[in-house]
Design a protein around this ligand. Structure first.
Ligand code: NAG
Ligand code: NAG
Ligand code: NAG
Ligand code: NAG
Ligand code: NAG
Ligand code: ZN
Length: 946
């Protein structure tokens, strides 16, 4: 199937620094530098410390010294442009930065060693001072653990005494990275109209991306989320550039011909991973609607073309909503947002300086799909929610990063609904998160939301926590709790929680206790008692109900039917029937029970988990399934919209797990022929994708396409006039449906659709400059036209991709280029991902994954990924492995995957490879068992068709 164009809020941090972080690595201590004692007036230090330093067993800093404030000066030597003039010595671009910092700390526990983080920095001139006496303290020696802990250890002659205040000064130098890590360089082009000939010139900027553990690559620091401190920053930068940071500018002046000095106000107390600054030639638009000054920065060309206007406007609304909803102010006097040409995650919530990929912030009237506003609003709402959840109240440690990410996703539903009610986005994004979480969390290799601390120590393990479970399950579990205790109670609990812990760090139990205390009346089960089942255990339950005798039981849901688990959950259940009102029961952790409520009367169906508020799947006896599916065919509106989508999703996934017949799943798609709402279609498309992946290289493909063509025909016709005229319906949900109709119809070979797409694309190729395809329809039409076309269409799209300065248009084209059916074109496209001037490094993973999604590109992408692993794995290696192996369903592919695992050893994205192996095994089994039945079903359904 063609790729869905929805950007997912996905991984906030994706750069997989798969450092080998075994504790063993720490034993190989390396002397990183010698103390330059001469200018420091201290006794000559030994070149190394005695090997009695305790290797920190859990890679964690000791808590003997606690930082309070940093005073940092950083000077990036990068040029923002390279001026080529005959006589002037043209500066070579330089990727060096230098700086110095003083950290002020106090002592908790007597010690003679300062442990802090530092990685890939060259450090000199340590200078320790006792602030209480004003005296300098002599340094004995210092060393750097390069592997593993990434600690810098400084030993002093005198000891630090509990209650005492001290400071440590260090000078450092490092490299601005060119692979989007830590402080990195980003390159873009600008059209220069000043000269007689219009020229396109290169521009450079430096930006930071520090979550979770890269602050230590910028300056030596106590780089753990609960070591919060105030940051005073000075940036010395090139004269023609602007420096932005977390806090507002305090003062600035020109130093000389080359340099400018900018000092920022002190930040609030915050975690190191939120530290940020950017040096660029960017310009801004400013919102005047808000108490807080909101600036949106972007390339000057994008600002001039007003591409940042939508983001600016919507940000003001969202920020105001949160301030009211949380009853707590944002915490800084200004909020800067910046659209960066390169950024590894989609966006990063640095307090006061939120960074975005351009596609997540810029909106181009007449070019961007109208639906792209939903993406922008959702991402902004997610990042702004972090200004409270994460920035003001932070998890103690990365094992509970879901307290940041789950809340940000959950709050974004509310904020988007408030800022753009016409989007009606709540249901769509909720189901999206629910299905995303359900899918990953059904694997044996899944992890609890609140992971045990011992598994989250090394940077690679910390990065591994930024996955679908953390984001999507986190949001779903919060939604379940909110529905259960009531939104009023939940909201007032949240307000108390934020007020109580602002500026501090929390564990999830702090949250549960506060919400419990906000309840007016106590329930049979307390919030902490309820939530421990959902957050400290991996996976989720499927409950099975027999409506003949009312029996109900639960077990953990696995795709792998051989997997066993004894886990149980405490489950709040809402249910409804065709003859009664919604009602509630508890299912507790004991074995099967019979409940009167679940015995159906004659002709009665029972629907469990109304509006999908519970994080579990539901299975019924065949008779109840049949009644529900009958209802869908006769009068679907009696079943709530979200459940219409969910019934399909449950049926398909239960079939995948072999708990119902696959024919039941297929039967659940019959009612779609009359369905006009987006959610059920979306759910079907998503689930059928698995059928496409498993069967699009087999004889099942023909009858399956025929069936879907038939199912979607009426929907396609419903929008046909609009589509032919390149117009779109009014409401957003129908706009989504229109796109789904075209996508399904074309990709399943409906001739009218393919003709429509190729004609529209050919018109564009002919007129070249004027593109009359409606922005909403561009993505799907480009893809279908490239799929139906050959070299000419592909190269036209490629030319447009290279020449377009519009972020949205580029994205649409980049995706369409992966839709070709010609392997040589796909192969060449893959090769292009190795050249950052063609495909930006941040887009490499998704481009390869897009090619892999295409049946014609599957094998190419897998081979390509392995052949160029070192380069392509610089992106999100886990997502890459996941994407490229999704179609794997043969023994041969399994063997290749195992070999890949051996080659990678522990340096690869091991969790992702494990999951791919597990998924492939499941797929092999599934195809073996289902191919014949599925083929027969599709053949029977389509026997009466052409
Ligand atoms: C270049 O430098 C030379 C010698 O320094 C000088 O004579 C000449 O005028 C300069 N040319 C320009 C265009 O500045
Ligand atoms: C850049 O540096 C290299 C090596 O130091 C030197 O050979 C070259 O001339 C420099 N280029 C410019 C434009 O200054
Ligand atoms: C820190 O670096 C700046 C810029 O290089 C320099 O001016 C300043 O003197 C340094 N501070 C100390 C204490 O060395
Ligand atoms: C389910 O959701 C719909 C629409 O979002 C709402 O009107 C209805 O009250 C909800 N039902 C229950 C039982 O919460
Ligand atoms: C449901 O219960 C009835 C009555 O006890 C039993 O005959 C039937 O087999 C059960 N159905 C399933 C699917 O377990
Ligand atoms: Zn986030």
């Amino acid at each position: 199937m063609p790729a869905k164009s929805k950007l997912s809020i996905g991984l906030a941090v994706a750069f997989a620094v798969m450092t080998a972080c075994a504790i063993a690595g720490m034993v190989t201590m390396m002397i990183a530098f010698e103390i330059q004692s001469s200018n420091l007036n201290m006794t000559a230090p030994p070149t190394t410390l005695p090997p009695t330093l305790p290797p920190e067993p859990d890679l964690r800093l000791p808590r003997s010294l606690i930082p309070e404030r940093y005073s940092i000066l950083i000077q990036p030597h990068l040029y923002s442009r390279i001026v080529e003039e005959v006589n002037v010595t043209t500066p070579n671009q330089t990727l060096a930065f230098t700086g110095n910092s003083t950290v002020y700390f106090f002592c908790n526990v007597r010690t003679d060693k300062i442990y802090l983080h530092s990685d890939e920095l060259k450090i000199s001139s340590p200078f320790v001072r006792n602030l209480d006496t004003g005296k300098q303290m002599a340094v004995n020696g210092a060393l750097q653990y390069e592997e593993g802990a990434q600690f810098l250890v400084i030993e002093t002659k005198e000891v630090f005494m509990p209650g005492g205040n001290y400071s440590l000064f260090l000078s450092f130098e490092g490299d601005i990275s060119n692979n989007l890590e830590a402080l990195y360089v980003s390159k873009y082009t600008e059209t220069n109209w000043e000269h007689e000939n219009v020229t396109v010139e290169d521009r450079f900027l430096a930006a930071t991306n520090l979550e979770p553990t890269s602050a230590r690559r910028l300056f030596p620091c106590f780089d753990e989320p609960d070591m919060k401190a105030v940051f005073d920053l000075v940036v010395i930068h090139r004269r023609g550039t602007t420096a932005l940071a977390n806090a507002a500018e305090q003062s600035s002046y020109i130093i000389d011909e080359d340099w400018k000095f900018t000092r920022f106000h002190p930040t609030p107390k915050m975690s190191t991973y939120l530290f940020a600054f950017v040096v660029s030639e960017f310009e801004k638009t400013t919102s005047t609607e808000s108490r807080v000054t909101i600036n949106t920065f972007a390339r000057p060309e994008a600002i001039a073309a007003e591409h940042a206007n939508y983001a600016t406007k919507i940000t003001a609304k969202i920020l105001e909503f949160y301030e009211t909803h949380f009853d707590l102010r944002f915490g800084l006097s200004k909020l800067d947002q910046i659209a960066l040409p390169d950024l590894e995650p989609l966006a990063m919530e640095n307090w006061g300086l939120v960074t975005y990929q351009e596609g997540a912030l810029l909106y181009e009237e007449g070019v961007s799909s109208w639906l792209h506003k939903e993406v922008i609003t959702s991402i902004i709402a997610h990042e702004l929610a972090h200004q409270w959840f994460g920035n003001q109240v932070t998890m103690k440690w990365w094992n509970e990063i879901w307290l940041n990410e789950g809340f940000a996703n959950y709050m974004s539903y509310l904020a988007v609904d408030h800022a753009e009610p016409s989007f009606q986005i709540k249901e769509i994004s909720i189901i999206d998160d629910l299905h995303t979480a359900f899918e990953q969390d059904a694997l044996n290799t899944s992890h609890p939301l609140s992971e045990s601390m011992e598994y989250v120590q090394a940077p690679g393990e910390i990065l591994g926590m930024f996955d679908a479970v953390t984001y999507s399950k986190g949001a779903m579990v919060l939604r379940m709790l909110a529905e259960h205790v009531g939104e009023n109670v939940f909201d007032s609990g949240i307000r108390t929680y934020l007020k109580t812990y602002k500026g501090g760090n929390v564990e999830q139990n702090n949250l549960w206790e506060i919400i419990e205390n906000s309840r007016y009346e106590k329930s049979m089960f307390s919030v902490p008692n309820l939530m421990k089942y959902w957050t400290t255990q991996p996976g989720y339950p499927v409950i099975t109900i027999n409506t003949t005798n009312g029996e109900i039981y639960q077990k953990r849901f696995f795709y792998n039917s051989a997997a066993e688990s004894s886990l149980n959950w405490l489950i709040p259940i809402t249910f409804t029937t065709n003859i009664s009102k919604p009602a509630f029961v508890w299912l507790d952790v004991k074995g099967p029970v019979k409940k009167e409520e679940f015995i159906s009367k004659k002709g009665e169906w029972i629907l469990v988990n109304v509006n999908c508020t519970g994080y579990f799947r539901v299975n019924y006896n065949p008779e109840n399934w049949e009644r529900l599916l009958d209802q869908l065919q006769t009068n679907p509106d009696l079943i709530p919209l979200m459940n219409r989508g969910q019934l399909i999703d449950d049926a398909f996934n239960l079939a995948r797990a072999k708990q119902v017949n696959v024919t039941l799943a297929l039967n659940s798609t019959r009612f779609l022929r009359k369905e006009r709402a987006f959610l059920p279609w979306e759910s079907a498309v998503r689930n059928l994708e698995y059928f496409f992946l498993m069967f699009d290289r087999s004889e099942v493909y023909g009858p399956m396409q025929l069936y879907l063509r038939h199912q979607v025909e009426e929907l396609y016709d419903f929008f046909r006039n609009d589509t032919d005229e390149s117009i779109v319906p009014k409401d957003h949900s129908s706009q989504h449906t229109q796109i789904t109709a075209i996508e399904l119809a074309c990709s399943n070979g409906l001739p009218d659709c393919i003709e429509m797409a190729t004609t529209k694309f050919a018109d564009w190729m002919e007129t070249n400059e004027t593109n009359s395809i409606h922005p909403n329809l561009r993505s799907v039409i480009y893809c279908q036209a490239v799929a139906a076309g050959g070299k000419k269409e592909w190269e036209f799209a490629w030319e447009k991709f290279l020449s377009s300065a519009d972020t949205s248009e580029k994205e649409q084209l980049r995706e369409a280029l992966s839709c070709s059916k010609k392997t040589w074109l796909l192969n060449r496209y893959l090769e292009y991902t190795l050249d950052p001037d063609k495909i930006r490094l941040m887009d490499v993973t998704s481009t390869i994954n897009l090619v892999a999604e295409n049946a014609a590109g599957q094998a190419l992408a897998w081979n390509f990924m392995r052949a160029h692993w070192d380069y392509v794995s610089q992106g999100n290696a886990a997502a890459l492995v996941d994407g490229v192996t999704r179609r794997f369903s043969t023994e041969f592919e399994l063997q290749e995957l195992r070999r890949f695992k051996e080659e990678m050893g522990k340096y690869g994205p091991s969790r992702a490879v494990e999951q791919a192996i597990e998924q492939t095994e499941v797929n092999i089994q599934w195809v073996k068992e289902n191919r014949d039945v599925v083929l027969e079903w599709f053949e029977k359904e389509t026997a009466h068709l052409d």
